[in-house]
Design a protein around this ligand. Structure first.
Ligand SMILES: Cc1ncc(COP(=O)(O)O)c(C=O)c1O
Length: 449
């Protein structure tokens, strides 16, 4: 293959282009020279234009004939995200190569926006296509010596289970699974933390957990778990430290805590669920130190890595920080990836704490309503410390799938959890109103009686 620096890579690698600056405007009027700048982050607090929940709801093109109580599966895009996607798509359609070459710095902007949102640094962020890809990259990349093991739980989603199983199959890594609580609705923080501590062995190097379980709605006390691990790690050398890795997708866009507040080593999330970010986007955040020693799975498209390869260095990715190094290379759906800043800013314009308070308020209303129905069994804890936006329950005598179908016939979009013990889920978010929650609960009541 002939290496044509400009055509093949130079234009396609973020740092190279960022360093060179964007290319000159195109004859078609400058679309390729640079995008319309994204609105600046609110910085000074919530945006008055999004001060009311009806105003927030107005930003979405949702079908209003249904009560949408399953948006945690897949996002609708709010106006600023839609507009950014349209803008990039149009420019790419008009001038794909020049727009691409001129705008690779937008990958950096996406990592900067993600870092500002989670409270990390841009180089600590990998851009991925979804949670699944992020988990697979992370669990494939983390260092593990032959005697060391991965500890995970029986509550995790299929994708964590599979990412770890595949790692074990490829490398012979040992994976151990433990329950952190016996009965979800009665789970306590003490129970969870003490079960975790009991399960950590001298060889445990990776701890793989999920912040909010999509099976039960239980939210793990990540800070307390991190502190408990910190105590254990204090006596260990760096290469033996147990790394706390969190699938955070069902808290991402719900809870307001930063990665510093959480104290974990890695946080993985898709941006196309509660965050209402571009469909097909996700991130992995890792502490700068925790990225050290990880090995790539998919070649990154970073200029320094490519240059090292061209000059015959053995490990071309050695000089690239963990986040960009772990971002899969190859050309991407840039109109979606480059609309990420608008998604993070949308949440910041509403206010992260305000969003958390609203989702908890609606969730509590939903749980209280369901708990008052005699034939309904709630499986999500009532406590806000142990739950987020997912409410799981069963209706006596009705299979979850059947209940979801019957709710849909009554224009309530619910979901059933894809686990062996499957439950019905209602997941009210920032697009829902208290009245919608009451309507959904009333329809559940009608089904149960
Ligand atoms: C806990 C959990 N993690 C990961 C996923 C997969 O997310 P993504 O579609 O972003 O890969 C899901 C379900 O959709 C989930 O419930």
């Amino acid at each position: 293959m002939r290496l044509d620096r400009r055509r093949f890579i130079a234009g396609s690698l973020t740092s190279a282009v960022a360093a060179r600056g964007a290319l000159a405007a195109t004859p078609t009027g400058g679309a390729a020279a640079g995008p319309t700048p994204a609105p600046p982050p609110s910085g000074g607090g919530p945006d008055p234009a999004l001060a009311t929940w009806p105003a927030v709801r107005e930003q979405f093109l949702l079908d209003r004939s249904h009560v949408q109580m399953a948006l945690m599966l897949f996002a609708s895009h709010p106006r600023p995200v839609r507009e950014a996607i349209d803008r990039h798509r149009r420019a790419l359609d008009e001038n794909p190569v020049l727009y691409l070459e001129g705008n690779f710095k937008l990958d950096v902007a996406a990592r900067e926006a993600a870092a500002a949102y989670v409270g990390g640094k841009p180089d600590e962020i990998a851009l991925t296509g979804n949670t699944t890809t992020g988990l697979a990259l992370l669990y494939g990349a983390l260092p593990l010596r032959p005697q060391q093991e991965i500890l995970t739980t029986t509550h995790d989603h299929y994708v964590t289970f599979e990412a770890l199983r595949l790692r074990a199959q490829r490398t012979g890594a040992k994976v151990r699974r433990v329950p952190l609580y016996a009965v979800p609705e009665k789970a306590t923080e003490d129970e969870i933390v003490s079960n975790l501590v009991k399960a950590i062995g001298p060889r445990t190097r990776i701890v793989a957990v999920t912040w909010v379980h999509s099976s039960t709605g239980v939210k793990l006390p990540i800070r307390r778990m991190a502190d408990a691990l910190g105590e254990i790690n204090r006596k260990r050398p760096e290469s033996d430290r147990a790394l706390l890795c969190v699938d955070g997708v069902h808290a991402f866009g719900v809870e307001h805590e930063s990665v510093g507040d959480l104290g974990c080593d890695f946080l993985v999330a898709g941006c196309h669920k509660w965050l209402f970010g571009p469909r097909g986007t996700g991130i992995v955040w890792g502490r700068a130190d925790a990225w050290k020693g990880t090995s790539g799975i998919i070649p990154c498209f970073e200029w320094t890595a490519l240059e090292a390869w061209m000059h015959g260095k053995k490990n071309p990715d050695e000089e690239v920080p963990g986040g960009p190094r772990t971002s899969p290379g190859g050309f991407q759906v840039y109109e979606h990836r480059w609309a990420l800043p608008e998604a993070f800013q949308f949440h910041e314009r509403i206010g992260k704490r305000r969003i958390a308070a609203r989702i908890h308020e609606l969730g509590t209303r939903c749980k209280q309503g369901l708990a008052s129905i005699p034939k309904v069994k709630l499986h999500t804890p009532m406590s806000e410390a142990l739950s987020a936006g997912i409410t799981c329950f069963e209706i006596d005598g009705l299979k979850p799938k059947e209940a979801v179908e019957r709710l849909l016939a009554r224009k309530i979009v619910a979901s059933n959890s894809p686990y062996l013990a499957s439950y019905v889920r209602l997941t009210p978010g920032i697009l829902n109103t208290p009245e919608e929650v009451d309507r959904a609960v009333a329809e559940v009541k009608a089904l149960a009686t």
